[in-house]
Design a protein around this ligand. Structure first.
Ligand code: ADP
Ligand code: MG
Length: 281
């Protein structure tokens, strides 16, 4: 199913419009992102997949208001983003650097709520629920450095969930954990997404991960970056690592995404930003 273009504008939670980012460096200008336009509707789970260096982190920094785009704009519920919006949370790749090592797990998760002035009772409830959602109820008094990499990333996810964002941005959050943990965390994201109804933009360079996780996959070209293709993932809503990944449709979709990325690498520009997707007869 394709999103209805006429509805997409009015229902969009997040709109990226003509976004361009050029870094000015001593060695000259670096055009990281050339021209990106897409909408995310409320409650959507979209993956953005693109090769390393294609500007994924740059895009997320612009969306989350941490960096101003060179051209274009980001709108959240129709309002232009000019700094970190309250309704957004970001989970970064480097969990090791995003948690405070001197604070216990519980305090790390609670910190943004404290900063928001959420009352103590409500904070406790939100932190308890978030730790339970990520399966960390048993380690609230540990320090991050006492936990495995996968557990640390769970803490970062719990912190984002406790904050109750409307939009959750994730920048290759599982790139540094082992394969088994990664599979568990992927499933956790789908569970959390379903439970909270949050809008998720999940960035990855991993094609299989994008197809397994997403309801939609936005494929980036390599640098200078544009959208190569934007496809709906018509896999069953209930996914599991064994069965979903062995479905013929999964193979077709991953093949299609892979092919598009290869084409992009060879410089084939998309005919149109949005197409009908993989093998839709
Ligand atoms: P990705 O996250 O897809 O790997 P990035 O957004 O990190 O890509 O980088 C996109 C391009 O922009 C790369 O060529 C990178 O070298 C360049 N780049 C990223 N950050 C900076 C910066 N702060 N200054 C200059 N160039 C940068
Ligand atoms: Mg990156």
């Amino acid at each position: 199913m394709q999103p209805d273009a006429t509805q997409a504008n009015t229902e969009a939670t997040l709109s990226v419009r003509g976004l361009k980012k050029v870094y000015q460096t001593d060695g000259g200008d670096v055009e990281a992102v050339r021209n990106l336009t897409f909408d995310l509707r409320a409650g959507e789970l979209a993956c953005l997949v693109g090769p390393s260096g294609s500007g994924k982190t740059t895009l997320l920094k612009c969306i989350s208001g941490l960096m101003a785009p060179t051209e274009g704009e980001v709108l959240l519920d129709g309002k232009r983003v000019t700094g970190p919006p309250k309704k957004m949370a970001v989970v970064f790749q480097e969990y090791g650097r995003s948690l405070f090592p001197w604070m216990r797990v519980r305090d790390n998760v609670e910190l943004p709520l404290k900063n928001q002035g959420v009352p103590k009772g409500e904070r406790d409830r939100l932190v308890d629920n978030a730790l339970e959602a990520v399966g960390l109820s048993h380690v609230p008094r540990s320090y991050p450095w006492q936990l495995s990499g996968g557990m640390q990333q769970r803490v970062a996810i719990a912190r984002a969930i406790a904050y109750q964002p409307e939009v959750l941005l994730m920048d290759e959050p599982f790139a540094a954990v082992d394969a088994q943990t990664r599979a568990d965390l992927e499933d956790l994201i789908r569970v959390v997404w379903k439970k909270l109804g949050v809008t998720v933009l999940f960035v990855t360079h991993d094609i299989d991960e994008s197809v397994y996780l997403g309801e939609r996959v936005i494929i980036l070209s390599s640098s200078p970056t544009v959208i190569q293709e934007d496809i709906q993932i018509d896999l069953p809503a209930d996914r599991d690592q064994l069965n979903t990944r062995s479905l013929p449709r999964f193979t077709e979709l991953r093949h299609h995404v892979y092919e598009q990325i290869q084409l992009a690498k060879k410089g084939h520009r998309p005919a149109a930003a949005t197409s009908g997707g993989a093998g839709t007869e």
